[in-house]
Design a protein around this ligand. Sequence first.
Ligand code: FES
Ligand code: FES
Length: 160
Amino acid sequence: MLAFALSVNGRSVELDVPREASLLHVLRNDLGLNGPKYGCGLGQCGACTVWVDGVAARACVIPAHGVAGREITTLEGLGSRDKWHPVQQGFEEAQAAQCGYCLSGMVMQAAALLAREPHPSEAQIRNELSGNLCRCGTHVEIMAAVRRAAELMAKKDADL
Ligand code: FES
Ligand code: FES
């Protein structure tokens, strides 16, 4: 076992977990954060995507102790039921989900893109989401959702 602290969604949490525990395992099983999903467990599907210091990362292949002292953000830290992040709103408006299993990872990956590139081209969106797999095939709606999210973010900036 290994004792260390993680900063998750702005909160510091003390952990004592097996050395080999992945960040995804700790988030879901120790902290009850079920936004990030277990898909492949191999870093290849994107279902487990979270942010590490604002950069999208695959939580299933990151040892939890390896990100001690870094800021981890999960879907639960992106927006809330009362105040959605524009990307969540874009996905809702575009009805970009069937089973929804890929959705958390898609949202986290898309939000990371829009944070660094507020006006992405179609090719940039496709490239960013190319490692996030949707087995239901809602890709057309997902593209529309990210474009809508970019519009919402631009409107929000203009209203400030
Ligand atoms: S579960 Fe992490 S990339 Fe598939
Ligand atoms: S909506 Fe089912 S995997 Fe994407």
